[in-house]
Design a protein around this ligand. Structure first.
Ligand SMILES: Cc1ncc(COP(=O)(O)O)c(C=O)c1O
Length: 374
């Protein structure tokens, strides 16, 4: 293993008995064993509960990206931070802004849950909402264009750009080191994909220890990341209508697309059976991790990343009226996904698995072929 394990763990080994600043509460999140109803007893998976961070999983890249930008001189003391986010990264940036003394503006869209909007303003961020989606790139592209507009008119303003900034990936080294310390060994990692940051960042560090690691990506139906056509998406957090540069396509052995009703079922079952639950990506990841735990050979150690907790989803995933309006209730997912051979073989509308993963834009494929990588 190339990483000085003890040294890296040393920096993250224990939470302080009393934190002097909220940023000290980030990391060292717990792991919970999950089995039924996702997998039979004894064949479950280990869920890394990132909802235990003050804001969620994105507290890690929020703090790391701002620290690095300041170190490089890309972000001057006291100047504004502007970023597009559907929520979790915004919470991380609000924490980073508070920690390092920068005003934070978050560009979002009408899909942001009112509770998150109120929470962000409570935590000192400014929220700027776009009103109409971009013709081709949807809400995400509309938000990115608004960020460009704000940057052009705000001298010294800095955009961390979580979709393409490699610091987003590097921010997850401590999380991977925590998993190694908590589980000893990881054979399969199941991670949702939005910007691609945590799947790429955790898997590359785990592979330094466990070269045979299998990485399973979890995406939303209607997301373009793995080569499906863009369609309106109900689920937030995972999925995208652009092609983020941080997705490490070569790292994935397979991808699963999950539909909103399937994620709702999983989120609610998690809550009932395990107390720990979360948002769309948590439900989707639990469904796929449960399948992996029952399908991979007995003894395979499966870890899954749960990016956040349930609180911001009380008006959606956990609201019967809202779920009924969107026809999301009473549909137990199939026991296994539908299989397709190529990611663009057909438009997927429910849980589907594909063992061929490639960058739909073909970026980096020449370089990987040269290096003899799939
Ligand atoms: C709740 C939630 N889950 C999953 C993801 C996907 O994580 P990543 O951007 O690291 O791919 C995000 C990204 O914003 C998120 O907010």
């Amino acid at each position: 293993m190339n990483v000085p394990l003890r040294e890296t763990l040393g920096a993250h080994a224990a939470l302080p008995a009393v934190a002097r600043h909220p940023s000290q509460l980030v990391g060292r999140t717990p792991v919970l064993w999950i089995d039924e109803p996702f997998a039979p007893p004894g064949r479950g998976f280990y869920a890394k509960l990132e909802g235990a961070n003050p804001g969620g999983i994105k507290d890690r890249p929020g703090l790391h990206m701002i620290r690095e930008a300041r170190r490089r001189g890309d972000l001057r003391p006291g100047t504004p931070i502007v970023e597009s986010s559907s929520g979790t990264f915004a919470l991380g940036l609000a924490l980073a802004g508070l920690t390092h003394g920068h005003p934070v503006t978050v560009v979002t869209d009408p899909g942001m849950e009112p509770s998150v909007l109120r929470l962000l303003t409570t935590l000192g961020a400014y929220v700027d909402q776009v009103a109409v989606p971009h013709r081709d790139g949807g809400w995400q592209q509309a938000r990115r264009e608004r960020v460009a507009e704000l940057l052009a008119r705000t001298p010294g303003a800095y955009c961390p750009d979580q979709y393409h900034n490699p610091d987003n990936v590097a921010a997850y080294r401590p999380l991977a080191m925590e998993l190694i310390a908590q589980l000893g060994r990881v054979d399969v990692l199941v991670a949702s994909v939005g910007t691609g940051g945590h799947s790429a960042g955790i898997s590359c560090v785990l592979r330094e220890c466990f070269p045979a690691l299998t990485l399973i990506g979890v995406d939303s139906v209607g997301s373009t990341i793995f080569g499906q056509p863009a369609r309106p998406r109900l689920m937030r957090g995972l999925g995208s209508s652009i092609h983020p540069g941080n997705v490490d396509y070569a790292a994935f052995a397979e991808v699963h697309w999950v539909a909103p009703a399937e994620a709702v079922w999983a989120c609610r079952r998690l809550g009932h059976r395990h107390y720990a639950t979360g948002g769309w990506s948590v439900g989707a990841v639990a469904l796929v991790a449960g399948w992996a735990a029952r399908t991979y050979p007995l003894g395979t150690r499966v870890a899954a990343v749960f990016p956040d907790g349930p609180h911001r989803y009380l008006d959606t995933v956990y609201n019967d009226v809202w779920c009924r309006e969107h026809r999301l209730l009473g549909q137990e997912p199939p026991r296994k996904p539908r299989e397709i051979a190529e990611p663009d073989a057909c438009v997927v509308t429910g849980w589907t698995r594909c063992g061929t993963v490639r960058d739909p834009l073909g970026r980096g494929s020449a370089k990987r072929a040269e290096a003899g990588v799939r």
